[in-house]
Design a protein around this ligand. Structure first.
Ligand SMILES: Cc1cc2nc3c(=O)[nH]c(=O)nc-3n(C[C@H](O)[C@H](O)[C@H](O)COP(=O)(O)O)c2cc1C
Length: 227
């Protein structure tokens, strides 16, 4: 096995960043995010451009992070799907404040978001679940996500049992412990690497919520921060 890189080798991992600034970002951060997500999607080096690091805090204050996939942006909220009884699901249940981080290193960009996670409706989750490949649907039944697992064989037995119950081509129901969350952003920060470590940081902080009835749009205060 390769040895772990030395301290000198790790600290020599250094590159300088480019000339593109943040001055041209739209004043609506969701629109700006859409442009950046499209840029990442178009860059073959940015694999899994819709992957984001979700951090949660549980009722004891323990912080954990993991990757989940962004599956949609609806009503200005960021949607992902998971097991509601997973470690992250239980953390969100007691503490809905979360952070989302999109690390788009090949573009010398990151977007970090803070917000409040809320379960989406069962109907919306079912709609997405029905669109997933059969293997993923069966996998959702097989996994007691975040529970200790005795052996790999046990997981495969559970998968085979679910596959026998709902053979390929039949409708697989959505487990009631599974579904989506919407994260309503309270702040969205855009980071663009620049020359001489003089990076650009622009943070949009929500000052008012959109209101369907009055037609009022969400308002954001924009602050530039030292890098
Ligand atoms: C690229 C990538 C995408 C992932 N997408 C998801 C996802 O959309 N939903 C999910 O529940 N887990 C996803 N995972 C697995 C999670 O990172 C994590 O291991 C799992 O959800 C259990 O997390 P928890 O025990 O902290 O709840 C993904 C992992 C990777 C590396």
């Amino acid at each position: 096995m390769d040895k772990v890189p030395s301290r000198a080798e790790i600290s020599a991992m250094r590159r300088s960043y480019g000339e593109i600034g943040l001055d041209s970002l739209p004043s609506d951060p969701l629109e700006a995010f859409g442009i950046w997500l499209n840029d990442a999607r178009a860059n073959p080096l940015a694999v899994e451009a819709n992957a984001m690091v979700l951090s949660t805090v549980d009722h004891l204050g323990n912080l954990t992070s993991r990757t989940v996939l962004l599956k949609g942006i609806t009503d200005d909220c960021f949607t992902f799907f998971t097991s509601y009884t997973s470690r992250k699901g239980l953390a969100i249940h007691s503490q809905p404040q979360v952070s989302l981080l999109f690390p788009w290193y090949p573009l010398e960009r990151q977007v970090s978001i803070t917000g409040i996670a809320e379960k989406i409706s069962r109907e919306e989750s079912e709609e997405y679940f029905a669109s997933r490949p059969w293997e993923s649907q069966i996998g959702a039944w097989a996994s007691k996500q975040s529970q200790p697992l005795g052996s790999r064989a046990e997981l495969e037995e559970r998968y085979n049992a679910a596959a026998t119950k709902w053979p390929r081509g039949t409708t697989v129901p959505m487990p009631d412990y599974w579904g989506g969350y919407n994260v309503a952003p309270e702040s969205i920060e855009f980071w663009q690497g620049r020359y001489s470590r003089l990076h650009d940081r622009l943070r949009f902080e929500r000052t008012s919520q959109s209101d369907h009835d009055s037609g009022e749009k969400t308002e954001w205060e924009i602050t530039r921060y030292y890098p």
